[in-house]
Write a protein that binds this ligand. Structure first.
Ligand code: ZN
Length: 399
């Protein structure tokens, strides 16, 4: 509990210092004070507390010019101060990971044979796999502060409830509470595009930016939007969920009944339909759609032009949507994620359409995102429970 306002202020200032070190490190105490607006005394007191619990370490020191004997010590994140659990639960990725507070994955397990037909059973299997991973990993588990669940579906971040799980074929359910009970950890659930965007903002291509759209495109198309430093939610937590956005140039019918939806013309599913005739070596028939899409995406080069063409064609349709987002959102960056979205031919298709719609321009802020679902779950947990005013520093003092 935050208690009184003094305690709330302490938490806020601690969060500011920790975020400054996490996003800009290694940094000196003087630099932290300058960037945060806090006094030197406050920064010294807070960094001492963070060093004592292992979240921050003192690194190399450099002599200060013109000040004999005085040195400037750089502060950086420790790699054993706090840990988080990440669970990725999408149509084609089910995995559990443990990450340190630098966002580095220290152990990980793919969970196979998850019974997606039975949600209770799937949650039980993932919980069991996570508890086993915690037991088998060589780390101080008393420093495990929370869990992030990156999911194919729409979640309410305040309650942890899964509110639109149709990509998984599930009904709405209190997923965060269910995982929290099984794991005895605090849990944050977010739609995968939002979690991917958080990962990109912390350590990836979007670091330091404030206006970013991420379009996630595996089997389904989803998205997340940050404007002026705030991730947008909307009335139903549906901002960025764009599978049924209609784009010009195709008469293909979507599963929803309409014609020209992004999911019908520009998704990984579109690519799979176009490449239905391609036979892969091995147990092709047994592959789930997401795995087949990943296998196809790896086949590149002149002998696989049909595959490249299918990705490029889907990308051309996405180009119309990207053109609209550039126009409406004025973003610094649009990131394309997922095994379809990040394919080089897909990106080339997007650029082809932009070139046709925006003659005279050739420098659009559009690029592929390379963060994985596993990393997104880890960063989601770090954002919720470490780089947060909710950081429970007492837990780390006892640890
Ligand atoms: Zn549709």
């Amino acid at each position: 509990m935050t208690g009184g306002s003094t305690s709330g202020l302490r938490r806020r200032n601690r969060d500011i210092v920790l975020r400054t070190i996490a996003s800009g490190g290694p940094v000196s105490r003087t630099q932290i004070a300058r960037r945060s607006g806090l006094t030197g005394a406050a920064v010294s007191r807070i960094t001492r507390e963070l060093i004592d619990v292992g979240l921050v370490e003192e690194g190399a020191s450099i002599p200060l010019k013109g000040q004999v004997g005085r040195r400037n010590i750089r502060l950086e994140l420790g790699d054993k101060g706090a840990f988080v659990l990440g669970i990725a639960l999408t149509a084609n990725v089910r995995s559990v990971s443990i990450g340190n507070c630098r966002g580095e994955i220290v152990s990980q397990r793919k969970v196979t044979g998850v019974n997606m037909e039975q949600p209770e059973e799937a949650i039980r299997q993932l919980t069991k796999a996570a508890l086993e991973l915690i037991a088998d990993t060589d780390f101080d588990s008393s420093r495990l502060v929370g869990c992030g669940v990156s999911i194919a579906g729409v979640a309410d971040p305040d309650t942890g409830d899964l509110v639109r799980p149709h990509h998984l074929g599930w009904e709405a359910r209190p997923l965060g509470g269910e995982f929290s009970e099984g794991l005895s950890l605090q849990v944050r659930v977010e739609a995968r595009p939002i979690a991917l965007l958080m990962a990109e903002l912390w350590g990836g291509a979007a670091a330091g930016l404030r206006n970013v759209m991420l379009i996630s495109n595996g089997i389904w198309i989803g998205g997340a939007i940050m404007l002026d430093g705030i991730i947008l939610r909307g009335r139903n937590n549906m901002v960025g969920q764009i599978p049924h956005m209609k784009v010009a140039g195709s008469e293909r019918r979507c599963a929803c009944g309409r014609v020209g939806c992004l999911n019908a013309v520009a998704s990984g599913t579109t690519v799979l339909e176009d490449l239905d005739h391609i036979r892969l070596r091995g147990a092709d028939r047994q592959l789930e759609p997401g795995d087949r899409l990943q296998a196809l995406a790896k086949l590149r080069g002149p002998e696989h032009t049909a595959i490249g063409d299918a990705f490029r064609s889907a990308g051309r349709h996405m180009g119309y949507a990207v053109d609209s987002f550039l126009e409406i959102l004025d973003p610094e960056l649009v990131l394309l994620a997922g095994s379809a979205g990040r394919h080089p031919e897909y990106l080339a298709g997007v650029r082809e359409t932009l070139a046709s719609l925006r003659p005279g321009e050739d420098d659009w802020p559009v690029m592929a995102s390379i963060v994985t679902s596993d990393q997104s779950a880890i960063w989601l947990a770090l954002e919720a429970f470490v780089y947060s005013q909710d950081l429970d520093i007492e837990q780390l003092k006892v640890a």
